[in-house]
Ligand binder design. Structure first.
Ligand code: FPP
Length: 247
């Protein structure tokens, strides 16, 4: 759905931040330097999204599949997330940003889980941009969880299986209470969804750019938003008269 403040502005933007490794390798630097530069690009994007009045920003920081990377890179990324949260949460809170983490928390370290829970609690009443950070997240994991929740509810007798419809299932996803992304951005020149928000991206406008994530600056974001503003959204119909929105 279009944003109430500006009809050409997406209400929810979802981003696959790809290309950190290549950015570093092209400079003869270790991959971690690419992730650190990626962290700076995240800060720019969050600031810009908030300034423009975007309501939801969902960032794919670490996928279920990323656990298969070399152990030292996984450890360095986890350390970077912890450091970034320790450094940024108070400032994000001051700017009215609400933090939300989606993904399989059971796989994360205790300090990381704690800081995520504390950040969610601290910022829960904020009314600015809602920043959803996907860590240890996979769209299929999200679907399996949703199916399990419905199965448990039916087994307990709390839910009649014949009453299950799209709305019932949609509500079980980690972003069940959030409008679906209007715009999906993937940097780094790959043309894939890579197991991101599989259910939620059904009618999302897709935008791919060759720009590597650390180079995705204010101008690059503006270009993506301008492209979105020019799209005709039809949601499977003949005009944008209706939109699919379960939230
Ligand atoms: C993909 O690039 C990027 C990641 C797996 C990590 C994303 C992490 C950040 C942007 C850093 C900080 C984020 C937060 C939220 C504090 P890649 O390594 O797959 O790059 P490549 O395709 O060039 O190898």
């Amino acid at each position: 759905m279009k944003n109430e403040l500006d009809p050409g502005l997406p209400r929810h933007v979802a981003v696959v931040m790809d290309g950190n490794g290549r950015w570093a390798e092209r400079r003869g630097l270790p991959r971690l330097a690419g992730h650190q530069a990626g962290y700076r690009a995240v800060k720019t994007l969050v600031r810009e999204a908030g300034r423009r009045g975007i309501r939801h920003l969902t960032l794919f920081a670490f996928s279920s599949e990323n656990w298969g990377r070399p152990a030292d890179e996984v450890a360095a990324l986890m350390a970077l997330f912890l450091k970034a949260l320790r450094r940024e949460v108070a400032d994000l809170h001051r700017h009215g940003i609400r933090l939300d983490f989606i993904g399989d928390r059971d796989k994360l370290s205790l300090p990381l889980r704690r800081i995520m829970e504390d950040a969610q609690r601290l910022t829960a009443a904020n009314e600015g941009l809602m920043l959803h950070v996907a860590v240890s997240y996979g769209g299929r994991w999200d679907m399996v969880n949703a199916a399990k929740r419905l199965a448990v509810a039916t087994a307990r007798g709390d839910l009649d299986p014949r009453s299950i419809d799209e709305r019932t299932l949609a509500a079980q996803f980690t972003l069940g209470a959030v409008p679906d992304p209007d715009l999906f951005i993937r940097t780094g020149g790959e043309y894939r969804i890579s197991n991101f928000l599989l259910w939620n991206l059904a009618y999302t406008e897709l935008y791919f750019t060759e720009t590597l994530w650390p180079d995705f600056d204010k101008r690059a974001f503006s270009a993506a938003l301008s492209d979105f503003a020019g799209r005709q959204r039809q949601f499977g119909q003949v005009s944008a008269a209706r939109f699919v929105d379960y939230a």
